[in-house]
Write a protein that binds this ligand. Structure first.
Ligand code: PNS
Length: 164
């Protein structure tokens, strides 16, 4: 039986920390779906289609990325509905700190209760422990250099869209 894992998130934008977790998940599961999901609790910077395109470009440009990764988006229902639709029984979440564990725990229990979908926590390389999309957006909006924290495709995109 082929094991499909879903790596869900806002990815607004995708960071090197996300890519690290995606790469690790792809080394464990047969297939990994990176799923851009609308988070109603957050004000998005990028449209979902742009986030998907940037993840795809970042994966395509990373020579160390395995080829069992698919990028998709989901905005019509529960995350577990997507899992059911594609036959995935596992979610993978990147965890940087105890704060992430506290934030994720109710969602882990809810997704298990809703559809018996389990969640696996993965730690990225510690060099990415302080990197979040929220801080990347903030640093970029204030004119800071985000190139150490994001894939080159995201860096190019943010440079292109930076107000003159
Ligand atoms: O990158 P984020 O913003 O931390 O990702 C959060 C996300 C998108 C994974 C979370 O908001 C989510 O799971 N949304 C799906 C909505 C859903 O299914 N909710 C009910 C079960 S928790």
């Amino acid at each position: 039986m082929s094991r499909i894992a879903v790596v869900p998130g806002s990815f607004d934008p995708v960071t090197l920390g996300h890519l690290d977790v995606i790469r690790r998940a792809a080394g464990i599961f047969d297939q990994v779906h990176v799923l851009v999901v609308h988070n109603p609790g957050k004000n998005a910077m990028l449209p979902i289609t742009e986030r998907v395109a940037l993840i795809q470009k970042s994966i395509d440009e990373d020579p160390e990325m395995p080829d069992n990764i698919l990028v998709a988006s989901w905005s019509v229902g529960l995350l577990v509905d997507y899992c059911t639709e594609v036959g995935a029984s596992v979610l993978v979440k990147g965890i940087r700190s105890q704060i992430d564990v506290s934030y994720e725990t109710p969602m882990v229990l809810m997704n298990r209760s809703l559809a018996n979908v389990e969640t696996v926590f993965m730690l990225p390389d510690p060099q990415h422990a302080h990197v979040s999309s929220t801080l990347v957006r903030q640093v970029a909006s204030l004119g800071g250099d985000v190139s150490p924290y994001v894939p080159a495709a995201v860096g190019r995109f943010l440079d292109k869209t930076r107000p003159a």
